[in-house]
Design a protein around this ligand. Sequence first.
Ligand SMILES: *[C@@H]1O[C@H](CO)[C@@H](O)[C@H](O)[C@H]1NC(C)=O
Ligand SMILES: *[C@@H]1O[C@H](CO)[C@@H](O)[C@H](O)[C@H]1NC(C)=O
Ligand SMILES: *[C@@H]1O[C@H](CO)[C@@H](O)[C@H](O)[C@H]1NC(C)=O
Ligand SMILES: *[C@@H]1O[C@H](CO)[C@@H](O)[C@H](O)[C@H]1NC(C)=O
Ligand SMILES: *[C@@H]1O[C@H](CO)[C@@H](O)[C@H](O)[C@H]1NC(C)=O
Ligand SMILES: *[C@@H]1O[C@H](CO)[C@@H](O)[C@H](O)[C@H]1NC(C)=O
Ligand SMILES: *[C@@H]1O[C@H](CO)[C@@H](O)[C@H](O)[C@H]1NC(C)=O
Ligand SMILES: *[C@@H]1O[C@H](CO)[C@@H](O)[C@H](O)[C@H]1NC(C)=O
Ligand SMILES: *[C@@H]1O[C@H](CO)[C@@H](O)[C@H](O)[C@H]1NC(C)=O
Length: 422
Amino acid sequence: MTVPAAAPLPCPLLLAVCWVVAAATAAGAKVLPSPSSLNYSLTHICTLNWTWNPPENISSSCNLEYCSDIIINGVPEDRREWSKSRFRVTDAHLNEEMRLRVRSECKNDNSSEPSPWVETSLPPKGIPGTAAVDLGCVWHNLEYMACTWHRGENASSDTNYTLSYWFDGLEDPKNCSNSSVDQGIFECIFNLTFPKERRTYPAISILIRGDSEEVRPVCASKNPTTLVKPATPRQLTLSKTNDRIDVKWSESETFPKSCLHYEVKCCNGDLDTGQIIASEMNSVSIAGIDANSKYTFRVRAKPKWECYNSHLQSDWSEEKSIGEKRDSTIYFVLIITIPLIVAVSTIILLVYLKRLKILILPPIPDPREILKRMFGEQNEDSQSSAKDDPMNAFDRLIIEEEIHSLILTETSESTNPEKENR
Ligand SMILES: *[C@@H]1O[C@H](CO)[C@@H](O)[C@H](O)[C@H]1NC(C)=O
Ligand SMILES: *[C@@H]1O[C@H](CO)[C@@H](O)[C@H](O)[C@H]1NC(C)=O
Ligand SMILES: *[C@@H]1O[C@H](CO)[C@@H](O)[C@H](O)[C@H]1NC(C)=O
Ligand SMILES: *[C@@H]1O[C@H](CO)[C@@H](O)[C@H](O)[C@H]1NC(C)=O
Ligand SMILES: *[C@@H]1O[C@H](CO)[C@@H](O)[C@H](O)[C@H]1NC(C)=O
Ligand SMILES: *[C@@H]1O[C@H](CO)[C@@H](O)[C@H](O)[C@H]1NC(C)=O
Ligand SMILES: *[C@@H]1O[C@H](CO)[C@@H](O)[C@H](O)[C@H]1NC(C)=O
Ligand SMILES: *[C@@H]1O[C@H](CO)[C@@H](O)[C@H](O)[C@H]1NC(C)=O
Ligand SMILES: *[C@@H]1O[C@H](CO)[C@@H](O)[C@H](O)[C@H]1NC(C)=O
């Protein structure tokens, strides 16, 4: 592990300036000397150990304490701490400029002024805007951590990131190897398990680096208990006895007993409007059911507040149904086929009726035609043939009918005249 060197210049300079200012303003009161040799070291991946040496010439009557504060991107975080030890451990950010300042104070003593601050900074490396952003992690089923992030806006599109992690109990940081990229979302999955009886977990330090020096690294600290997401309940089984339904599902193998509770979505008919039943166990019994109804169930698991500080719940399980109600597929088939049959038979009937109409009711001859025939050139002809004999007239009728049906078939081929008819 390499220890980055601090910028050594500003410290003595600042110290000198502060001394002058403090001495001028505080007139009478004795100003304490500052701590010296403020420096830091990066331990593991994302932990900073800020160290300093005690000031010289402190009187033995002074109850010496060190006051330290963190400044990020020039803004004091107001996370002041007082301690007698000569170091302070903080999380590293790496993608922001981080400074630590320390001064000496004599507790319960007004005769001396606190020393001027000394500070040292940890400047970020790489190009601004290249660090991974939107890091989010979910601890699945107490088995594995899945972290996702996006590329920084100034990072080139072929930037590859690698995730390393460390927590108290792990000797060395580990690199996450199971990584993927999908539509701009980077993901890496690593195993994370603890003994089952364990209820408190160390913070997980996560470092995301690029594959070149230009890509700014970023650190994050994740509290696993807030990221717990149980697995989807499996093996949902339903059994029916008289007026009750028993719903069961398999118990989690990774969670301690009584650290999960469940929600069962039920029941009669549409699941979307169904009610939700809470259960502390891996089963639930529903009484007073309607024997002729179909019941549908889904289950999901939620971590208990007593065990985990997480509000992530599992996905809904697969859907299971029980009950005598018409099978939904038959129902569906009926809904589709009945109107279809009705429609088809109506069409057939209509077509058939038209034909029947022609047979039963021969078309009424056009009066104009008759008049034409009566007074036209073929006046005599038609008159004589009409009067000649009834048999002849009948033949003509049949011929006429044939012509008509011919016209009918012709017009049905071209749609326009048909429309005009209607
Ligand atoms: C900080 O400590 C490192 C070694 O841990 C050393 O190389 C470096 O010079 C120190 N910086 C200052 C300003 O003392
Ligand atoms: C920080 O550094 C100091 C001095 O080297 C050391 O005594 C202390 O144990 C370190 N703290 C941690 C948490 O590493
Ligand atoms: C500490 O006191 C000694 C003797 O009193 C003096 O020589 C030395 O300059 C003092 N050092 C500082 C940093 O004030
Ligand atoms: C310190 O100052 C407070 C008021 O600011 C005063 O009441 C107290 O007596 C002082 N103590 C000493 C030791 O001077
Ligand atoms: C990306 O780079 C531009 C130009 O160098 C800079 O102004 C901008 O702040 C960068 N984006 C981020 C998120 O830092
Ligand atoms: C990122 O990784 C892919 C595949 O591993 C590789 O083809 C690509 O060159 C890498 N990008 C850079 C900038 O190295
Ligand atoms: C993790 O990856 C870094 C480079 O990304 C490499 O320097 C380091 O040796 C790797 N650590 C392990 C334990 O493989
Ligand atoms: C990598 O992750 C996938 C899930 O995304 C998992 O199925 C697979 O077992 C993992 N591989 C290893 C070696 O852990
Ligand atoms: C994670 O654990 C699973 C089984 O618990 C194992 O198959 C897999 O290889 C592990 N993956 C890694 C990267 O250790």
